[in-house]
Design a protein around this ligand. Structure first.
Ligand code: ATP
Ligand code: MG
Length: 552
């Protein structure tokens, strides 16, 4: 691990603690709620918790925070485990579930009631909200706040046994309705929910809130550092209050907060991703335009690139919006070293080399990587008809100030070609281009005028049709999390496809191999349609940094 993970403020806290108590255990946990798929923000939390545990020989638990059966689901558990493994992390022993502590948490609730620190409130949710007050106005005590302990115990038991409807009653901590902190104004600890829980089935109809369950689960698992994002800063007071009053006094877990990950032009919130799916903007959680881990994986991101990204952004208490180019530079850097180079044409224009013998079988031996010899060579069959990029035709041929007969281009790894005619249809669309090759120009030193005329190509004989899928940013605004309605800022051009050709040497590669198409970018080979004989690729990232602007 590099200095960044070693030098963040949490690390400094641990170092200090270890100076005082060298035997202190460093136990962390990653506590996802199984109500959606993991995203890049979760990767940040995973990176932090698992790497701290590893560094200090501690443990990191995976605990599913499953206290709300209304939104939680086994399919999310499966996907969360898959994503964590994919990132390369192993959790301590088996995975834990808050639901496995429901019985204990219930006993702890009774303990608070017995200490006269919790009561069953019969106000409904609207009244509770009204009585809570605001930042400016103090709260008002519920008329049920001073019920006897006996009554509270009996009502709580009845709540558990299904005597009441949802929302009719709830258990609240008795803290202080006049506190400056809204969260300390008698927060709800238990609510009634009639919904089958995927683990506990119909056993419970009351469920602890996040605030009540989380600190108790941390304490039961001997977590020493309970790391969460900054919006839980105020919850920390409640976290401490609960543990103190439940007598978890010896080495209680301590909560520390760090800033949440935000990325420009992206949303991470699971609730908002669900809106996009519901409104059919995207089909699934693994859409490559999302920053879910399954979406990034589908696009072609590697675990290494994501871990490097988490390391680069670091851990602070400052909220900020990270630039997309940082994420892109991480995958570019990873793939640059590891993937084979190939040639592909995204928008083909045919170039016919009229002086090239039709039946000549000339095979070019081309390196798979410019610097890594171990990646070997492939053979490309040159031919009279080749495909070049429409954009190159525009920029390097049509835009040239020279007479058409003076225009030369250099085919990468192959010949210098002299262009002499552009054949167009009656609507001025280019049909094809005619050129003549100059013999003995392979591997020869180029004069300066040709240096910026080197273009990639594929030969007709040596290529196979391909579909290229492009995924752009999903939103038109830099900070979509701030928007009232994300549906108003959807980029209409976030997905498109191109049809072109790739070298057929790619047929020898396995599906899910990443490749660099020279001059174009990194692509993931995702499928081969054998029946129709074409390959499918996802664009992962361009070769150079893109400038992001709001203009399209
Ligand atoms: P969302 O807002 O996407 O629903 P969440 O915080 O509700 O996220 P959880 O499943 O409760 O999702 O999160 C599990 C852990 O991941 C928590 O410790 C949480 O703080 C952390 N986490 C979630 N989102 C981010 C983020 N954007 N940046 C850093 N950590 C995050
Ligand atoms: Mg949550």
């Amino acid at each position: 691990m590099s200095d960044i993970i070693n030098n963040n403020f949490i690390h400094n806290i641990i170092k200090k603690d270890l100076l005082k108590n060298p035997k202190k255990k460093i136990n962390t946990r990653f506590p996802p709620e199984p109500n959606g798929y993991l995203h890049l923000g979760h990767a940040k939390a995973i990176f932090l918790n698992f790497n701290l545990a590893k560094k200090y020989n501690g443990t990191c638990n995976l605990r599913f925070d499953d206290t709300n059966p209304k939104t939680e689901n086994l399919k999310y558990i499966k996907s969360i485990k898959k994503d964590i493994r994919w990132l390369g992390y192993l959790w301590n022993n088996h995975s834990n579930y808050t639901s496995q502590y429901f019985k204990k948490i219930y006993q702890y609730a009774k303990k608070l009631i017995k200490k006269n620190l919790a009561y069953v409130d019969q106000l409904n949710q609207i009244e509770i909200k009204k009585f809570r007050g605001t930042l400016k106005e103090k709260g008002i005590n519920s008329p049920f706040r001073n019920q006897t302990i006996k009554k509270n115990l009996s009502l709580f038991k009845k709540m558990k046994n299904g005597f009441f409807k949802e929302g009719e009653m709830c258990l609240r901590a008795k803290i202080n309705m006049k506190s400056n902190f809204l969260l300390l104004r008698d927060p709800v600890l238990y609510r009634i929910i009639y919904k089958n829980h995927y683990h506990t089935k119909k056993k419970w109809c009351i469920y602890p809130t996040y605030d009540f369950a989380h600190c108790i689960s941390d304490a039961l698992e001997n977590i020493t550092y309970s790391l969460c994002t900054l919006e839980f800063l105020e919850n920390k007071k409640l976290y401490k209050w609960i543990l103190k009053n439940l007598n978890f006094k010896k080495n209680p877990p301590i909560q520390y907060e760090y800033s949440r990950l935000n990325l420009e032009y992206s949303i991470l919130s699971k609730r908002k991703i669900k809106i996009l799916i519901k409104k059919k903007i995207i089909k699934k959680w693994n859409d490559p335009r999302l920053l879910t881990l399954s979406g990034l994986r589908k696009k072609g991101y590697t675990p290494n690139s994501i871990n490097n990204f988490c390391e680069k952004i670091g851990f602070t208490k400052q909220n900020s919006i990270i630039q997309l180019k940082l994420l892109e530079s991480c995958i570019r850097k990873d793939l640059n070293l590891t993937v084979h180079r190939k040639m592909a044409i995204l928008n083909p224009v045919m170039l016919i080399i009229t002086n090239y013998p039709k039946n000549l079988k000339e095979i070019l031996k081309v390196k798979n990587h410019p610097t890594n010899k171990n990646m070997g060579f492939r053979e490309i069959l040159f031919s009279k008809k080749i495909y070049i990029e429409e954009e190159d035709v525009k920029k390097k041929i049509l835009n040239s100030k020279k007479k058409i007969s003076d225009i030369k281009i250099k085919l990468r790894y192959a010949y210098v070609i002299k262009i002499y005619k552009i054949i167009k249809d009656k609507n001025h669309n280019i049909l094809h281009i005619l050129g003549k090759y100059k013999q003995n120009t392979i591997g020869k030193k180029l004069n300066n005028s040709l240096k910026n005329k080197i273009i990639h190509w594929v030969s007709k004989k040596n290529s196979i049709p391909a579909i290229f899928k492009f995924y752009n940013k999903l939103f038109l605004k830099k900070n979509p999390e701030k928007e009232k309605n994300i549906l108003n800022i959807i980029n209409p051009n976030s997905y498109y496809i191109n049809k072109g050709f790739v070298e057929n040497s790619i047929l020898t590669y396995k599906i899910n191999t990443a490749l660099q198409f020279e001059r174009l970018g990194y692509f993931l080979y995702i499928n081969y349609n054998i029946k129709k004989n074409f390959l499918i690729f996802n664009k992962i990232v361009s070769l150079k940094q893109k400038k992001y602007s709001n203009k399209f």
